[in-house]
Design a protein around this ligand. Structure first.
Ligand code: UN1
Length: 483
C-alpha cells in the first residue's frame, strides 16, 4: 500500500549496498489509521468464517510457501544478509508454523467439565481479541512474522503488521502468499515505515486489542507501557545472553561445533545466539584453541555465494555496536583470541562485514559477559564446576536459552532443572527451536507469554466459560448443592 504522503524508502542489500532490494512506502500515522480501520472492518466477517476454513487458507498458504521457498529465501538473503542455507531455514520455519496453525483450525481445544449441579452443562471456548498489531524484527524476516500472524489469524483476529525497516520484502512476500491462498481483503494489512511513525501509533491505537512485539528490551518496555493504560494484551519477546556450558566430560568436538554454530550462525544476530560459553577449566585451553581455529576458518561474505559461512551485520549501526563492544571488552581486559575488526576492501567493500570475534578469560562481571551484543562476538568464561557454570548462567538479566555439553546425565538433569530460562538444550547449542514447542524466555527476555505451539493462541485469544442450565428452574452455584 502506498503511503498517504507518497514518500518511499529504499532497502539495500547489507552485503552490497550498491544493490537496491526494493522501494517501500514510508508510511506514517495516517497510514496506520487506514490499516487499522481496514482490519477493524474486516474483523466481523473473518471471525464468522468457520475456524477449519480459516485453517484451510493457512494450509494453502503453506503449500505456496513450499513451492516458492527458493525464490523467497534468495530475496531474504538479499535483504537481510544471512547465508542461503539459513534463509531457507527461516522460510521453512514459517512453513512449519503455517502448517501447525492450519491444524489449529480444527482444534483450538477448550474444556468440558461436569457441573456441580444437576442438568447443567459447561465448557470453555476461545474467542479472538479483534485487531492484532504486530511489530517484527529483521533477524528472522519471515519466520517471526509467521509466528505472530498465523495464530492470530486462525483464531479469527485481523492483523496490522509493521515489519522492520531493514526487511520489509519478506513480509511483502508472506502477505502476497496469504492473499493468493484466499485470505479476504482487509484481514492482513502491512504498514512499512519507522518505529516512531508507524510502530508507536500502531501500539497506541484504541482499536488494536493485542500487540505482539519482538525486538530489544528497551523498546519492549515502551511497548508494554503503551499497552498498559488500555489493558491491551501485550506479548513481548526481547533480548538474550544465552550460555553454553561445557563440562570437563563433554565431547569437545561436539561442543566446538555447537559453539561455532550457536555463536556465529546468523552473524550472532539471534536472540538465541550463544554469546557466552562457560568452560570447565580442565578443558578450557583445548576448547579455546579448537574454537579459535574453527572460527578463523569461517568464510565471511555475501550469503548468496557458495561456500560462505557468515554474512554481514544488518546495517552500519549494528556493525558499530559490535565495534563498540569489542572496545568495551578490550577495556575490561578480556583477552582477544581472534577477530575484533570490521572487514573492508575487496568483496567486503560495500557491505557491513565484521570478523567473527572471540574473547577469552572473561569474567562473569564484564559487560561483554552480560550484555547482548547482537553480533558475531562470543565471550568465553572459565569456570571450576557445574555449580559455578549454572550460577554464571543465571546471573544475567535475560533468560531465553541455555545449553550444556556433558556425557553425564546427572549433570544434564541438574542444569536442566536449575537454569531459569525458557529454552534449554543438552548437547546442542542454544539456537534451533522448533515451532511445536513454546518459544520465549524469562526475566527481561519476556513478559510471561510464549510464541509457537498452542501457547501462542493464548496471546491472541480470550477464554469464554459457558454454563448451560437445562433443569428448568433456578439453580444457585455453591448454594443449591443438595447438602
Ligand atoms: C530469534 O533469534 O529471534 O531457535 C529467533 C532459534 C530459531 C529462532 C530464533 N528457531 O534460534
Amino acid at each position: 500500500m502506498d503511503a498517504v504522503s507518497g514518500r518511499t524508502f529504499e532497502n539495500r542489500n547489507p552485503a552490497d549496498t550498491r544493490e537496491v532490494v526494493g522501494t517501500f512506502a514510508e508510511s506514517g500515522p495516517e497510514d496506520v489509521q487506514r490499516a487499522v480501520a481496514a482490519a477493524r472492518d474486516a474483523f466481523p466477517r473473518w471471525r464468522a468464517v468457520a475456524a477449519p476454513k480459516r485453517g484451510e487458507i493457512l494450509f494453502r498458504a503453506a503449500e505456496i510457501l513450499v513451492k516458492r521457498k527458493e525464490e523467497i529465501s534468495r530475496d531474504m538473503t538479499r535483504e537481510m544478509g544471512k547465508v542461503l542455507a539459513e534463509t531457507r531455514g527461516d522460510v521453512q520455519e514459517a512453513i512449519d508454523m503455517t502448517y501447525y496453525m492450519a491444524g489449529e483450525g480444527r482444534r483450538q481445544f477448550g474444556q468440558t467439565t461436569p457441573s456441580e449441579l444437576p442438568d447443567k452443562f459447561q465448557m470453555s471456548v476461545r474467542m479472538p481479541v479483534g485487531v492484532a498489531g504486530l511489530i517484527t524484527p529483521w533477524n528472522f524476516p519471515m519466520a517471526i512474522p509467521s509466528w505472530k500472524m498465523m495464530p492470530a489469524l486462525v483464531l479469527g483476529n485481523t492483523v496490522v503488521i509493521k515489519p522492520a525497516t531493514d526487511t520489509p520484502l519478506s513480509v511483502v512476500n508472506l502477505v502476497k502468499v496469504l492473499e493468493e491462498a484466499g485470505l479476504p481483503a482487509g484481514v492482513v494489512n502491512m504498514v512499512t515505515g519507522g518505529g516512531a511513525e508507524v510502530g508507536e501509533p500502531l501500539m497506541r491505537h484504541q482499536d488494536v486489542g493485542v500487540v505482539s512485539f519482538t525486538g530489544s528490551t528497551g523498546v519492549g518496555r515502551k511497548v508494554s507501557e503503551a499497552c498498559a493504560p488500555a489493558f491491551k494484551h501485550c506479548h513481548l519477546e526481547m533480548g538474550g545472553k544465552n550460555i553454553i556450558m561445557v563440562m570437563d566430560d563433554a565431547r569437545l568436538d561436539l561442543a566446538v561445533d555447537g559453539a561455532v554454530w550457536g555463536g556465529f550462525g546468523t552473524t550472532g544476530q539471534r536472540c538465541t545466539a550463544a554469546s557466552r560459553i562457560a568452560v570447565h577449566k580442565k578443558v578450557y585451553p583445548e576448547f579455546a584453541a579448537r574454537f579459535v581455529e574453527r572460527t578463523k576458518a569461517l568464510r565471511v561474505g555475501n550469503g548468496l555465494e557458495p561456500g560462505i559461512d557468515m554474512g554481514p551485520c544488518i546495517n552500519e549501526s549494528q556493525r558499530r555496536t559490535v565495534e563498540k563492544y569489542v572496545e568495551i571488552a578490550k577495556g575490561e581486559r578480556a583477552k582477544l583470541l581472534c577477530g575484533g575488526h570490521r572487514l573492508e576492501g575487496g568483496a567486503w567493500t560495500h557491505g557491513f562485514f565484521h570478523e567473527p570475534t572471540i574473547f577469552g578469560d572473561c569474567s562473569p562481571a564484564m559487560r561483554i559477559s552480560r550484555e547482548e551484543v547482537f553480533g558475531p562476538v562470543v565471550a568465553v568464561i572459565p569456570v571450576d564446576s557445574l555449580e559455578e557454570a549454572i550460577e554464571v548462567g543465571n546471573s544475567v538479566e535475560y533468560g531465553l536459552s541455555a545449553s550444556i555439553y556433558t556425557q553425564d546425565i546427572n549433570k544434564a538433569f541438574t542444569a536442566m532443572r536449575e537454569m531459569y530460562t525458557g529454552i534449554f538444550y543438552v548437547n546442542a547449542p542454544t539456537i534451533g527451536a522448533e515451532t511445536h514447542l513454546p518459544f520465549g524466555g524469562t526475566k527481561n527476555t519476556g513478559n510471561g507469554h510464549r510464541e509457537a505451539c498452542v501457547q501462542a493462541l493464548e496471546v491472541f485469544g480470550e477464554w469464554k466459560s459457558i454454563y448451560i442450565d437445562y433443569s428448568g428452574h433456578l439453580q444457585r452455584a455453591q448454594i443449591d448443592t443438595g447438602e
